[in-house]
Design a protein around this ligand. Structure first.
Ligand SMILES: Cc1cc2nc3c(=O)[nH]c(=O)nc-3n(C[C@H](O)[C@H](O)[C@H](O)COP(=O)(O)OP(=O)(O)OC[C@H]3O[C@@H](n4cnc5c(N)ncnc54)[C@H](O)[C@@H]3O)c2cc1C
Ligand SMILES: NC(=O)c1ccc[n+]([C@@H]2O[C@H](COP(=O)([O-])OP(=O)(O)OC[C@H]3O[C@@H](n4cnc5c(N)ncnc54)[C@H](O)[C@@H]3O)[C@@H](O)[C@H]2O)c1
Length: 477
């Protein structure tokens, strides 16, 4: 269904990482492009998600460093955290990142018409209306990049919970905190508030925290949380209700079968629910465009098209790989498809990701369990950070790198790390995987001494060795 009367070739709805990348790519191909953003460019990532979370993670890390300073002869009396100052620092950083990215300037330079007239709503398959002005825009193709939002639990009193994007509005660091949901968001908030002095309880319905990660990663982060004094309850049957109780919130949940299955109720100063991230479809008028969707998001085909062939959906809205790096790739591919016709069908083959907890964790490729399903003879090497010199020097020995390779010990299938610089270590492996570097070559690469990344060479050598899980022979350099 083409529309030759449209004034635009491509209309992009949403100015987060996905929308901005799509608009810039489409304009770069010579298309007439408009980008409609309801609030502010940068989207969840810059304004409420990755950037604020990363500053809070750094705050938590600084608290840990200060506590350890005495070991190095630096006398530091631990000071209470000034939460208002922390929040101010987060907000200042968001502005600095906004300035560094200069997206509005980049869009203008590329000839993209940035339209900040409120939310867009479809009025037909090729047309949207803008909430603030009532203006209508028509385009031959539309790229939906509206992202997602936190979900409120469907239980009585759910509105008493604080959502992750509301954390900066808390008046103070809570003394008793419950975090419900141990995905990437919940796990990171646990580390932040534990470091800032909260007594944290973490509740998760899945049998383990960070359920999408490799089982060893999940177990290692959970063990660290428990040692740090966090109460971790996994496999809970569900949250029953939240109700006001004095100054606090009474949270009632049903324990999992392995904890007796009974109902349990406790009062917390704050309850944060980080229990999922459905697409932001409300008020979008998808029915007017004939675009089908589920309760979570908008499904797409291999060319990132919805059921309506000129409407694409990229980034969090399609609910496939909800990460910035995925949003960028999908957006660029969809832009090419929208302007030149469907030709890009590449999916994410290597999508590294990580979380800034204490300790950090990261992964790329197949988990050990996924690899074993495909290739029962696959080989696994796991090198603990305690066997490497740099982590020992820095007193950061918690963690490991696990590499998974095919049964012939040639091709890397996955990398999973926990510990200091885990995300950077996994990124190094990702680069090798993307370049098609085989295990033997990776084992021969020189690693600067002493680095965290040297664990990659040690793990590759272990993969080649016959004793797959022996750590004794691991040497550095
Ligand atoms: C707490 C948190 C931490 C995170 N940390 C990381 C991290 O460290 N690394 C990582 O890779 N990912 C991280 N993510 C995920 C990352 O933020 C998302 O994957 C990414 O922002 C998705 O980009 P997007 O463009 O699809 O959506 P968004 O960034 O959500 O952008 C969507 C945009 O669309 C606009 N919009 C919505 N509806 C309309 C409408 N009807 N009309 C006009 N505009 C509209 C919104 O205002 C918004 O600006 C984090 C997420 C959260 C919640
Ligand atoms: N560092 C990063 O890369 C980063 C950080 C934060 C978020 N993100 C991305 O943003 C998206 C949203 O992340 P998220 O963590 O908010 O959501 P999520 O969907 O990834 O995790 C939600 C968790 O809540 C649990 N849950 C659901 N209902 C529950 C209930 N009633 N009681 C207890 N637990 C319950 C789920 O089992 C799950 O573990 C994800 O795709 C994530 O990858 C990435």
């Amino acid at each position: 269904m083409d529309d030759d009367s449209a004034e635009l070739d491509v209309l992009v709805v949403g100015g987060g990482p996905a929308g901005t990348a799509a608009a810039l790519r489409a304009a770069g191909l010579g298309a007439r492009v408009a980008l409609v953003e309801a609030r502010r460019t940068g989207g969840t990532c810059v304004n409420t998600g990755c950037v604020p979370t990363r500053v809070l993670a750094r705050t938590a890390r600084l608290v840990r460093e200060v506590r350890q300073a005495g070991d190095y002869g630096i006398a530091v009396t631990e000071q209470p955290v000034d939460w208002a100052r922390t929040v101010a620092r987060v907000r200042e950083t968001v502005e600095r990142v906004q300035a560094a990215k200069a997206e509005q300037e980049a869009l203008a330079a590329a000839g993209v018409d940035l339209v900040l007239e409120g939310r867009a709503r479809f009025t037909g398959p090729h047309e949207v209306e803008l909430e603030a002005t009532g203006r209508r825009l028509r385009a031959r193709s539309v790229v939906l990049a509206v992202g997602g939002h936190s979900r409120r639990l469907p239980v009585p009193g759910a509105e008493l919970a604080v959502l992750p994007e509301e954390v900066l509005d808390l008046p103070a660091v809570p003394r008793r905190l419950a975090v419900v949901g141990a995905g990437n968001t919940g796990a990171q908030l646990v580390t932040v508030f534990d470091a800032l002095g909260s007594e944290v309880t973490l509740l998760e319905v899945a049998p383990r925290i960070l359920a999408q990660t490799d089982a060893d990663v999940s177990a290692a982060v959970q063990q660290a949380f428990v040692e740090q004094g966090v109460r971790v309850r996994t496999g809970v049957s569900g949250i029953t209700s939240l109700e006001r109780d004095g100054e606090g919130v009474r949270l009632t949940w049903t324990e999992g079968a392995h904890d007796g299955g009974g109902e349990r109720s406790e009062v917390f100063d704050v309850v944060i629910t980080s229990t999922g991230w459905p697409a932001s479809l409300e008020g979008l008028g998808l029915e007017a465009a004939g675009v089908e969707h589920t309760a979570r998001g908008v499904p797409v085909d291999e060319h990132l098209r919805t059921n309506v062939q000129h409407v694409y959906a990229v980034g969090d809205v399609n609910q496939e790989s909800m990460l910035v790096q995925a949003a960028h790739r999908e957006a660029e591919d969809a832009a090419v498809n929208a302007v030149l016709g469907p030709r890009r069908s590449r999916r994410h083959e290597l999508l590294p990701a990580g979380g800034f907890t204490d300790p950090d964790y990261a992964d790329v490729g197949l988990t050990e369990a996924q690899a074993r399903e495909r290739d029962p003879g696959c080989v696994v090497a796991l090198v603990p950070f305690a066997a490497m010199e740099r982590p020992v020097i820095d007193d950061r020995t918690r963690g490991f790198l696990k590499l998974v390779a095919d049964s012939r010990r040639e091709q890397l299938l996955g990398a999973h790390a926990v510990g200091e610089s885990a995300v950077e270590v996994v990124q190094a492996v990702t680069t090798a995987m993307a370049a098609g570097v085989d295990v033997a070559t990776l084992a021969r690469v020189e690693y600067a001494y002493p680095t965290y990344t040297a664990v990659v060479g040690a793990a590759a050598r272990q993969l080649l060795a016959s004793a797959p899980t022996g750590y004794e022979h691991v040497t550095q350099g």
